[in-house]
Write a protein that binds this ligand. Structure first.
Ligand code: LMR
Length: 408
């Protein structure tokens, strides 16, 4: 954390700037964002964009949820000011999310939450906090992971240590290697755990595996950070949070990066939350004072609109009930498309056993590019694809092209 009494050097004490903006090196932009642009630019009307992680319905659209539309209308009718809310953002929003995310831990006063700009903002803020508390912590990331995880960790100056998480050929978790990596970690190191619907593999830890992870995390004195951006897209709201809640049972210190962007379908509004647990309410209050100061330095205050709409939904029992229905329908589509793909070829059967929007195909980069060139199918170079990126009518064409690419 920055020292509030730090002294800023006088201009006469500084060296003249020797480098210019024009000296900046080139940047390799995030491949997922580049993929959106590539797919958008393809004029073929039957192209299939299974790149970025955005839910699409059977017709291939990403509609605004009906409950969000209604909440936005209410917001429009009732909001009387857009004056600042402060660095904590919409406090009621963070409160209303607690039972959904934390379940039996909702009333634990050692856990505090703050609204953030999406799950990405929560991750950045969470890692800023960890880096301030323990700059020598190493962050353990199972590979593959979301391509933005490592850059976020490195941007706060923490070291990333990779370990193997997933075997792409067989579609299985390399659990022994994961456990061995956690066992070799130093106290204070930070395992980055995907709460559910693992991005990019769809391969979630089962109950026994979570229990083993919790045991090692406690034995080694690690500080887990749980990233949970797809709650409700796998098995249901409670089942998808079971691993996180077990971690909260087991550990005194936990950081949770949450996102509503997917389960409320408010992607561009950037709606997320950071929850921090320490051993005592007083130490959590101190940690949160750091969090508010860091948020102030990065974005000052989170954007209000999306969080306000989610808050209105969660604050109204009838709207909340209808949200459950809309969320169930999204999950049913995900699992329905998974079942169709899995049934098409024994080599794709594992896709039916995985969860959430993503799975990976055991295709080379060249094969992925060939699918793009020959069939207008856009997926990440890693073979990650969004199972609900395609409309219902496109599923058979997608599957046939993939089976063809896999060969005999
Ligand atoms: C994804 O993985 O496609 C989404 O989380 C979108 C993103 O920001 O990368």
């Amino acid at each position: 954390m920055r020292d509030s009494a730090r002294r800023t050097p006088m201009l006469s004490e500084t060296d003249a700037m020797s480098r210019r903006l024009a000296d900046l090196p080139p940047v390799h932009s995030d491949s997922l964002l580049a993929l959106i642009a590539l797919a958008n630019a393809d004029p073929r009307p039957d192209k299939i964009d299974v790149g970025v992680g955005v839910f699409r319905d059977g017709q291939g659209n990403t509609p605004i949820l009906k409950v969000i539309k209604e909440a936005e209308q209410r917001l429009r009718d009732s909001q009387e000011t857009k004056a600042y809310l402060g660095s904590a953002g919409d406090k009621r929003f963070a409160e209303l999310l607690r039972p959904i995310l934390l379940g039996r831990h909702a009333d634990d006063d050692r856990i505090a939450g703050v609204q953030t700009p999406g799950g990405c903002g929560a991750l950045r803020l969470g890692f800023e906090l960890i880096a301030a508390a323990n700059p020598s912590a190493r962050v353990l990331i199972g590979t593959p992971s979301w391509p933005n995880h490592a850059p976020i960790v490195e941007s706060v100056g923490l070291e990333v240590v990779d370990y193997p998480y997933y075997e792409r050929g067989q579609g299985i978790i390399r659990f022994d290697e994961m456990i061995a990596a956690l066992r070799s970690a130093r106290p204070g190191d930070v395992p980055l755990l995907h709460g559910c619907c693992h991005n990019p593999t769809g391969a979630d830890l089962d109950e026994a595996q979570w229990a083993e992870v919790m045991k090692v995390v406690v034995e080694r004195g690690l500080l887990p950070l749980v990233d949970i951006a797809y709650q409700g897209f796998g098995r249901g709201l409670d089942d998808d949070a079971a691993g996180l809640r077990g971690i909260l049972d087991a550990c005194d210190e936990v950081v949770v990066a949450q996102s509503c962007d997917k389960n409320f379908s408010v992607y561009r509004d950037r709606v997320g939350c950071l929850y921090v647990k320490t051993g005592k309410p007083e130490t959590t209050a101190t940690a949160m004072a750091h969090v508010f100061q860091m948020a102030r330095e990065m974005w000052s205050m989170p954007p209000d609109h999306g969080a306000a709409a989610v808050r209105i939904v969660l604050d109204d029992p009838e709207l909340k009930q209808r949200w459950h229905g809309e969320l169930d329908a999204m999950r049913d589509r995900i699992n329905g498309v998974r079942a169709r793909i899995a049934a098409a070829d024994p080599r794709l059967a594992y896709i039916g056993r995985q969860f959430g929007m993503f799975s990976m195909l055991p295709l080379s980069r060249e094969q992925v590019h060939q699918l793009r060139d020959e069939h207008g199918i856009y997926m990440a170079d890693s073979g990650r694809f969004n199972v609900v990126g395609m409309s219902d009518v496109a599923v058979d064409r997608f599957t046939a092209a993939v089976v063809d690419a896999l060969g005999n």
